[in-house]
Design a protein. Sequence first.
Length: 342
Amino acid sequence: MLIQTKSYKLDLKHTFNISYSSRKTTDDVLIKISDNKIDGYGEASLPPYYQETPNSVINFLSKIQLKEIDNIQQLKKVLEEIDLIEDNNTAAKASVDIALHDYLGKKLGKPVYELYQINKSTLPYTSFTIGIDQPDVLRKKISDAEEFHILKIKLGTNNDKGLIEIIRQETDKSLYVDVNQGWSDKYYALDMIYYLVSQNVLLVEQPMKVEMIEESSWLKERSPLPIIADEAVKRLVDIEKISNSYHGLNIKLMKCTGIHEAYKMIIKAKEMKLKVMLGCMTETSCAISAAMLLSPLADYADLDGNLLIANDPFHFTGIVDGKIVLSNKPGLGIQPKYELFK
């Protein structure tokens, strides 16, 4: 990942400094909210299949009027007001949410998980993603992922069983399977899931298209593995809509506007007896660290986005032997490797 920095000072009570990080497949906007004493870092990750762009993020940020924030209740109120400025813009909203959480945690001298009274004694292993590729490349990726106890693989191809066979020649590690809406027939999907049970697969993400609600409900009733919604759920209001069709949901900060709403989604999902996965886009350690702060509340974690890029601009120590480790440092617990905002 090449870092190309452009800084803007917007006319706000607090200063936004905005930096672009340019990648081959996506764009990022990294922001800093500062009162000239404390800096809070945030990130908007913008994959090409979403509607947001660096310009749309900057445009949205220019409409925000920040207020003084001294406690978590004030922060929640500010974020709810920001959410009402315009519809959508979820990654832009997430960047502010993450930066303000980082800022408040540092101001109070507490890590963000303490602001939500989250007990960090139980932390999950994160999966490591092995993308669809040629057999030799797959073998190399599996070898490079030796540290990780769970691998995540992409299916929905014309040769799904062949891909599984290649992986099983190299490792017997547990697998998460992400189909990305790739199966179009419910009977085929159920047959594949029974096959995956025999291959030490733990869950299946978004097996069929979002619109296939009745088929997904049919599959949920019969599946021996948890079916996790990804594209079918974005925000808190979506949870009840998917509850009859999936066993759980994948919560991503860029989809749901950040930490504040992600926390509310976790609580709602648990009330409805749904499994919770915390996922990510291809993000830097800024947004990944933000999601990790909620990981003690999750059943599954897929938080490896920062490990799939080069030249991460932040120091990262959040994974040890494939397991998430939370820092005791205030805020997000991260620091930039160099000056991002000149």
